[in-house]
Structure formats: structure tokens, C-alpha cells
Design a binder for this molecule. Structure first.
Ligand code: SF4
Length: 419
């Protein structure tokens, strides 16, 4: 195995997120793939662990490759860490990947700081492609992945479109990761990517940027999922099948549920999908196979807003499916958006009232203008002013007329919230 030392770092955030989704998947699954080919890997997840400065800096000194996962909420700190790394280690190289990089690659290229920029959702294969070039080792795949490389002050596109074969998808159950922390913050729940890409195209969503037309929609092999569930069984109490719209492929979903039933699965599972991708028959099968909670991208009950965000669903259909879940004894959860352009206080409170009347759990997430940033960035416009919007240092508490700052924050972070 290789002598080069690779440091994977998740930059710190103001506070640990209540969801470990990106830690298990974007970070953990990527590290799992890379660790099959390179053994000298050190992992620092500074977003879940308070890591001593000395440890970070000593790792900067003796790693010849720093790989950072950059999300819209940790851009500033990632840029600072990149500069620090270079001051300790001018010969060391930096690879960056993640949602922020994919959405606004030009913004990062303008910093002239990172040596390699992976600008799509095929994170692991992009990193392997770079490693092959700089560590001069054998690339495990025939086709090289696409990435930008900084050469003499200019970014040059290298490689070609290539995706990680499904059979090689990683699992965030790797001893390099601080799994005890993930387990603690996630209340004992493991998270596993079972689907990437989405056949839909809601106007606010980053999925179509991460996995574009070329990448398409892909599902993890069902037998692979069964094996992983058996492996993690002693350490985790439940599993989240991380997906964009899990049930968009009905046949695959039926197959997975049937196999879970055949295996006598005891591990409860959750997932996320759309209301137009389920019906009574499918929901019953999912329940029988261990479905504990199903999340639906509801966003709002205002049909005009739903049309504007290209959600392609209407309030009545959503209500009918939520009632159906109640009838079948399935716990549903409505995922809502706070601050959609044009949203009013009435719309927000009407949405809450409908869900309370239906006795359906819900959680709001702040509307984030990532698509707007992506479009501007693609035109090479300066988007520096938008970066603070994505941080979690501040929230756009006055973005909905008629909603006070206290109401806005309570909607986003209800005191009694349990994931
Ligand atoms: S259905 Fe969900 S994952 Fe797909 S584009 Fe819409 S919000 Fe994104």
C-alpha cells in the first residue's frame, strides 16, 4: 500500500448538526471507497469533534494531500483551513468536493487556493482520479473522472465523465470515522445512500446539479443493503435509507421490501420520497418490511407556490396521502420549506394548521437560494455576497412578511423537536 499520507477533513461548524446524513454519506461513504485503495488515511471530522489545534496542525504538516468536504454552511472555515494548510505545507495538495463545490465551482476557482476541484456528485471516483495522477498509482477504473486542476494559476478540466459502479458504492461504517459521535448525534440511527439522482427537478433542489442528466438516477443493489444491515446490526438501532425519492423506482422498492420480509428484518428503517410515488399497496408492503417513518417533500400547501417551485404536486393529493398513512398506522413526516420567494405568514401558518389537524409531524428547513447561486456562478458572476446566506451564523429571519424573528426561529428550531 502507499506511503503518502492523506488527510480527510470535515470543516468545523458553529454547532453540530442534528442530522449526520452528510457525515455518514458524502464524507463516510467517500472515505470508505478511498480506503479500499489507500491505507495511510487520517480522518478528522471537526464538525462533530472538538479537535485540538495541535492535532490539526500536525496533520497538516505531514499529509501530502488534504481532502475537504465543503458544504454551503462551512465555506468560510474551509477557505481558512485551506490557507492554513498551505502555510504549513506549501508542497501539499488540496482536493475539495461536496455540495458547495458542485454548485459554485467558479467561486472556488477564483480563490486560486485549491489544487483540485471535483464538481459533481461522483465524489469518490473524482478523488481517486486525482490521486491516481498525483500519487502516480494504479487507477482502479478504466475511465478517468472529471475534475479541475490548478496548473500555473489556471484551472484546467481533466479526465472524462465517469461514475462509480454501483457495486463499489461505499458504506459509512468504516473504523476511520468517529462512528460513536455519529451514533450519538443521530440517536443510534445509521444512514446509507440507497439512491442518487432524482427524476424530478424542483427549482430549489441541488440534486439535479450534483447528479445531472449524464449521471441519472441510480439505486444501490438490494442484496448489498441486506448485507450492510446485518453488519451494522450490533452497533445501530435503526437505519435511514438516504434517497432523493426512494420509491420513484417501484420495482426496486418492492424488491427491497420483499427481501427484508424474507430475511425477517427487525431493524426499523426510514426514508424520504414524494407523495406521488406511493400508494396503499406499496405503503402496506413498506410497513410490513420495517418502515418506521416516511418523510415526504411537502414544502407548502399553497398550490401557486408549489407550481412556482416546480414541485409538480398539489395540496389535495398531499393531504390524501397523509390521511392514507394515518389510516395505515404509518408515521409520516412533512418536510417543509420556510422562506420560499413569495411565501406569506398566512401561507406558513395555514400549512402548520393543516398538519396539526392531520396530526402529522413536520419540520421546516430554511429556503436556501442554491439554484440562484448556481446559475449566477455558471455565468461567472461574483457571488461572494451570497456566501453568508448559506452559513449557519445567521438566518434570514425577516424574509417572510408578517413573521417575527422569534416565530421564524421557533418554526425552524422548535423546542420539542425530535428527529
Ligand atoms: S423530488 Fe426531492 S430530490 Fe427530487 S428534485 Fe424535488 S426536492 Fe429534489
Amino acid at each position: 500500500m502507499k506511503e503518502d499520507k492523506i488527510l480527510f477533513l470535515y470543516p468545523p461548524t458553529v454547532y453540530a448538526n442534528h442530522s449526520m446524513f452528510k457525515h455518514f454519506t458524502y464524507f463516510g461513504e467517500t472515505i470508505d471507497v478511498i480506503s479500499r485503495y489507500y491505507k495511510n488515511i487520517k480522518v478528522l471530522d471537526c464538525a462533530v469533534e472538538q479537535i485540538e489545534q495541535k492535532i490539526i496542525f500536525n496533520n497538516f504538516k505531514d499529509s501530502n494531500l488534504l481532502v475537504m468536504e465543503i458544504e454551503p454552511y462551512n465555506i468560510d472555515v474551509a477557505l481558512s483551513l485551506g490557507k492554513l494548510y498551505k502555510s504549513f505545507n506549501s508542497k501539499g495538495k488540496i482536493i475539495v468536493y461536496g455540495t458547495a463545490i458542485t454548485i459554485m465551482p467558479n467561486y472556488f476557482m477564483k480563490q486560486h487556493l485549491f489544487d483540485y476541484i471535483i464538481n459533481d456528485g461522483n465524489f469518490a471516483v473524482g478523488i481517486l482520479g486525482v490521486m491516481n495522477e498525483i500519487l502516480n498509482t494504479e487507477y482502479p477504473y478504466e475511465v478517468k473522472s472529471k475534475y479541475y486542476e490548478l496548473i500555473n494559476g489556471e484551472y484546467i478540466m481533466k479526465g472524462d465523465n465517469f461514475q462509480l459502479p454501483i457495486k463499489d458504492w461505499g458504506v459509512g461504517y468504516n473504523k476511520l470515522l468517529p462512528l460513536e459521535k455519529y451514533k450519538f448525534y443521530n440517536n443510534g440511527m445509521f444512514e446509507l445512500t440507497v439512491q442518487t439522482g432524482c427524476p424530478f427537478n424542483c427549482s430549489f433542489c441541488s440534486e439535479k446539479i450534483l447528479f445531472d442528466k449524464y449521471c441519472g438516477t441510480k439505486y444501490r443493489d438490494v442484496e448489498d443493503i441486506i448485507k450492510i444491515m446485518k453488519n451494522i446490526n450490533d452497533d445501530f438501532n435503526e437505519i435511514y435509507f438516504s434517497a432523493t425519492t426512494m420509491t420513484a423506482n417501484r420495482k426496486w422498492t418492492e424488491n427491497l421490501c420483499t427481501r427484508l420480509i424474507e430475511e425477517g428484518n427487525k431493524m426499523p428503517w426510514r426514508t424520504v420520497t414524494r407523495i406521488d410515488c406511493v400508494d396503499e399497496e406499496l405503503l402496506k408492503l413498506m410497513k410490513k418490511s420495517g418502515l418506521k417513518k416516511i418523510c415526504f417533500g411537502v414544502e407548502t400547501f399553497d398550490d401557486k407556490l408549489l407550481e412556482e417551485i416546480n414541485k409538480k404536486q398539489n395540496a389535495n393529493n398531499v393531504i390524501n396521502i397523509l390521511k392514507l398513512c394515518n389510516k395505515l398506522g404509518i408515521k409520516a413526516k412533512a418536510l417543509l420549506m420556510l422562506g420560499i420567494p413569495g411565501q406569506t405568514a398566512k401561507n406558513v401558518f395555514d400549512t402548520v394548521k393543516i398538519l396539526k389537524d392531520l396530526n402529522v409531524e413536520y419540520r421546516f428547513k430554511e429556503y436556501s437560494p442554491i439554484r440562484e447561486a448556481h446559475i449566477l456562478d455558471s455565468k461567472n458572476s461574483d457571488i461572494s455576497d451570497m456566501i453568508p446566506i448559506f452559513s449557519r451564523y445567521e438566518y434570514r429571519t425577516s424574509s417572510i412578511p408578517g413573521i417575527t424573528s422569534e416565530e421564524y426561529m421557533e418554526l425552524l428550531f422548535p423546542t420539542e423537536y425530535v428527529r
